[in-house]
Design a protein around this ligand. Structure first.
Ligand SMILES: [Zn+2]
Ligand SMILES: [Zn+2]
Length: 221
């Protein structure tokens, strides 16, 4: 990645961090010059951003500009939370937001849920996260993937939702596991020179937070 690409990446990420919105391709061209769209596409190809067909930023994980089931409220900023994993990551990534309010509805029964998510400890609650798409296929259609990483009332609601939608069960985890997964996954994304994890480093991270099994590309159940 060139330094121009990195400058544009940082600008997009910091805009999302501070305002909850992403700059438009026109705004980026005004600021970075005529190469901005090519830089956006290079960042998309390298999975630093997800663009739509008109080069608008849809996602810059853990930030999103489209509703995927979650809203996150900070002290002065509102974000679309992306998925469950992304929403729980925000307080760990944002220096000025040690605690945020994460809200959603159970996809099965529509019950509203909200948690104060901080850096200190997992929030209390019996709800569970269900991630539908295994790690090896997460980037096949990443908007679909994030849109199906949701929080449910409990196991019964996950089962009811899978019966209704005809999906195969993915991975279910409790709130402490989700919180640990989100805690350091996005470390460094707001800093210059961020490098995405190689698959081996990702696998080591998943194992360290207590995950196992083929869903995560790991041995065990
Ligand atoms: Zn429910
Ligand atoms: Zn996500």
């Amino acid at each position: 990645m060139t330094s121009d690409h990195e400058a544009l990446r940082l600008f997009v990420y910091r805009s999302l961090a501070t305002t909850g919105r992403a700059p438009s391709p026109e705004e980026l061209t005004a600021r970075f010059g005529p190469g901005a769209r090519a830089a956006l596409r290079a960042l998309h190809d390298a999975r630093h951003l997800v663009l739509d067909a008109d080069d608008n930023v849809l996602m810059a994980h853990p930030f999103a500009t489209i509703p995927l089931g979650f809203a996150v409220m900070g002290a002065r900023t509102l974000w679309w939370g992306g998925c469950a994993w992304d929403s729980f990551a925000l307080p760990h990534l944002l220096p000025g937001e040690p605690g945020v309010l994460v809200s959603t509805r159970c996809p099965a029964c529509g019950a509203p849920h909200a948690w104060n998510v901080t850096r200190d400890a997992p929030p209390p609650g019996d709800q569970v996260a269900h991630l539908l798409v295994p790690v090896a296929r997460m980037w096949d259609d990443v908007v679909h993937t994030c849109g199906n990483q949701r929080l449910f009332c409990g196991e019964a609601c996950v089962t009811a939702w899978l019966d209704r939608t005809g999906g195969d069960r993915g991975h279910v985890m409790d709130l402490p596991t989700l919180w640990r997964l989100a805690r350091h996954w996005y470390d460094g994304r707001l800093d210059p020179g961020y490098i995405r994890r190689e698959p081996a480093a990702a696998a080591a991270y998943f194992r360290e937070v207590g995950l196992s099994g083929p869903f995560w590309g790991l041995s065990g159940r």
